[in-house]
Design a protein around this ligand. Sequence first.
Ligand SMILES: Nc1ncnc2c1ncn2[C@@H]1O[C@H](COP(=O)(O)OP(=O)(O)OP(=O)(O)O)[C@@H](O)[C@H]1O
Length: 159
Amino acid sequence: MVTVRFRPLSPREINKGDEVAWYADGDNMVRNEYNPSIAYAFDKVFGPATTTRRVYDVAAQHVVSGAMEGINGTVFAYGVTSSGKTHTMHGEQKSPGIIPLAVKDVFSIIQDVINDLLDPTGQNLRIREDAQGTYVEGIKEEVVLSPAHALSLIASGEV
Ligand SMILES: Nc1ncnc2c1ncn2[C@@H]1O[C@H](COP(=O)(O)OP(=O)(O)OP(=O)(O)O)[C@@H](O)[C@H]1O
């Protein structure tokens, strides 16, 4: 997914009389102010009023949740100097960037309570790691012998 984020003109740029040369035309287009026939399409274009939270939700959250399910992913910012890469990725206390938002998200996923659906006494189980890999401590495991057996176990877990 390739997105574009416009930042607002800074007070210094406004004082200098700088003008906006490219603008967000709808959700997917970047258009030239001086020659409107020049336009480029992207998966998503964020205008200057967009919050970093919104950029995260649209452009990064699915990469983070995918990573938690084992799908490799990368989020990176690319742009000229002062275009807003640090503001977007790192942010500040009052407007945290994609990196702190992702870290928080990962921990909120990890801190979900795990209850064993096959054994009602298995509540709030812990995720552990050993040389064999990651496992849930104390979880009930069943060997399935047929598709019907697997489906009946899934059904019993849904009760
Ligand atoms: N969306 C935004 N809203 C308000 N201010 C912004 C926004 N994006 C960037 N800024 C401000 O614009 C200035 C430049 O942004 P930033 O430092 O993030 O750019 P950069 O791409 O990381 O630059 P460099 O490549 O030089 O490190 C900063 O003062 C930043 O706070």
